[in-house]
Design a protein around this ligand. Sequence first.
Ligand SMILES: CC(C)(COP(=O)(O)OP(=O)(O)OC[C@H]1O[C@@H](n2cnc3c(N)ncnc32)[C@H](O)[C@@H]1OP(=O)(O)O)[C@@H](O)C(=O)NCCC(=O)NCCS
Length: 194
Amino acid sequence: MSDSAFRIRLMEGKDIPSVVSLDRQVFDDPWPESAYVQEIYFNPSAHYYVLELLDPARTRAWYGHRRGRSARLLGFVGVRVEGTRGHISTLAVRSEWRGERLGEVLLLTSVDQAIRDGAHVVGLEVRVSNHVAQALYAKYDFEARSRLQRYYANGEDALYMQVQVRADPGTHQRIATQLSALLEELEIDKSATP
Ligand SMILES: CC(C)(COP(=O)(O)OP(=O)(O)OC[C@H]1O[C@@H](n2cnc3c(N)ncnc32)[C@H](O)[C@@H]1OP(=O)(O)O)[C@@H](O)C(=O)NCCC(=O)NCCS
């Protein structure tokens, strides 16, 4: 049994109902179950991860005092790599668990995976109104490269944000080091992840 508070591991079929439920809570335009089935079973260029609470009793005492913090699935992230381009397709943290750097560790997990799959750049779309997510991406050097008009179903524009991850040979080492430090600090087990 792990001593960690949380675990990051690859998304499996058994996770899909919880992932779809969280997706519906978080996004205005959630994905159907079939989209996750397609991604995790049939898309060899995709990697989806879940962040789960291993055992509420083992988390640090202050986590447990927050209301509603009992769900096991706390967040997820997906990344696809085609050629030298990585694309983060989704990222979410359960609302009661935000502000604990869990979004950060999921983002770094996906960027680290993209680099290991050969990405030279990693990009994503984000709502122009989503300043929280934009701040997270900017913290890791993502820059807005273009504005996609009426990208979302409600007519909102997207920003396409991108980070160069092969600008110098030290970039992957720096991201891997940041990820390791966060995993250790937050007591997250990622050992089951390739
Ligand atoms: C975006 C999201 C994943 C961030 O997750 P989180 O676990 O709350 O974020 P973290 O605690 O890891 O915060 C990391 C950074 O994000 C930014 N951030 C987080 N919360 C913020 C807030 N309330 N206001 C401004 N910036 C914020 C900051 O840059 C922060 O770093 P800092 O603390 O050093 O300033 C989460 O808010 C979420 O799931 N939102 C809904 C879904 C979504 O918008 N997904 C992205 C779609 S493109």
